[in-house]
Design a protein around this ligand. Sequence first.
Ligand code: EPZ
Length: 460
Amino acid sequence: MEVRPITSSLSSSNSSLSPEAGQEALHIWGRTPLKGHVTISGAKNSALVLMAGSLLCPQDCRLRNVPSLADVNRMEQILAALGVRIQRNGDALDINASDLGHSQAPYDLVSQLRASFFVIGPLLARLGVARVPLPGGCAIGARPVDLHVRGLQAMGADVQIDHGMVHAYVTGPSRRLKGARIYLDYPSVGATETLMMAATLADGETILENAAQEPEVVDLANFCRAMGARIRGAGTNTITIAGVPSLHTTDYSIIPDRIEAGTFLVAGAITHSDISLSPIIPDHLTAVIAKLKEIGSQVIVEAPNRIRLIGGQTLRATDIETLPYPGFPTDMQAQFMSLLTLAEGDSVITETVFENRLRHVAELNRMGADIRVKGTHAIIRGVPMLSGAPVVATDLRASAALVVAGLAAEGKTVIQGLNHLDRGYEHLEVKLQKLGARLQRVPMDASEVVVSPSTALETL
Ligand code: EPZ
């Protein structure tokens, strides 16, 4: 059955402003302590890849604890455009991919979501053919997919890239991928996930070496195993997948979002608050909790799925280097930078995972921070106070960093670029309001659209 192309090429950024989010701003009145409990949503970075993984199943399957996010909504639309029947019921998605390949995802959908590239592995595994736009770069880096492509080629796929489109098909009479031993030059989360999904239905055994160990990789493996896949070693650097002829239905609940949880922990620390979070898996936050304790917070695991943070009265400087899991997560780097702007002393943050993930520095400096960037290092000299200011978010985690900074700043902070925030945080301002934060989402008229100097320079 021929899969018709998802004919589009991802644009250079995921940050196309959705009309409504582009005309709103978040107004935050800082220096209000937080108090109480916050409920953590399902993990965005699990939901997106598990939704793609549902393409492997020719029957009904149900995903629970799926957060309501802009990126998830876009993935739903992309799957529906591929012929998947998908129905949201509360926090669950009922998905049936029994009848694939009748259509192509409209350009405007695929161009806004890098994660749509995840469909290539399952489409190849199910149908022996896939045509998916080559993802462009985004605000944080070039985001190549060479490790995905080389791994699929090692499994017997013929992959050509032509005019921004990845054309992949499986040669040979069986139209099935073949098991292979694949060494990943870098423990790429996406490449590990793409190849693991492709291998579930391959002919023979696949071994992924130097594989990513992130919890979301483990969640995907557990989801595929629940559908009958034979996968061992997920969560270690070597994953073995024995291909099976087909998968079957399952009802699976997604893990809590460790990055949302980490973001709230930082919000508690920077406002010297006493808050608790659940559900959460503390082991997913080992590096984050260790750094929060170094900086002066008390972090107490109150129950197997509940964490309490009591922020210290002062913040101690520390150094952070982002690394593949179980190292310190790059998705928490921006939020910790906001926290360290108010620490006593100098801190150094080194971003080793993405080449352009320090763009929040300029906006934090506009709020009175003292940060200098030298290559992949940010040198942060602690200041006694941040000042509220109009700022513009540049990417998803940068927007979270600005919210966190606004909660601590003296006066009002107005944050634009909320389309970034809405990609990865479910009802963030509502959850913060319930903790006592003083903030609200406000429609803007054209006169209020503030282009911050850092953004203005970029657009010149
Ligand atoms: C996933 O992105 C996450 N996204 C990212 O979260 C996260 O920051 C990242 O993993 C690292 O943990 C989703 O899961 C949807 P990678 P991914 O492949 O898979 C290079 C967020 O804020 N690389 O591990 O794209 C790449 O350029 C987002 O929620 C290649 O060179 O990350 C980067 O420098 C941001 N070739 C490094 O590896 C490849 O073929 C890590 O990328 C693939 C990756």
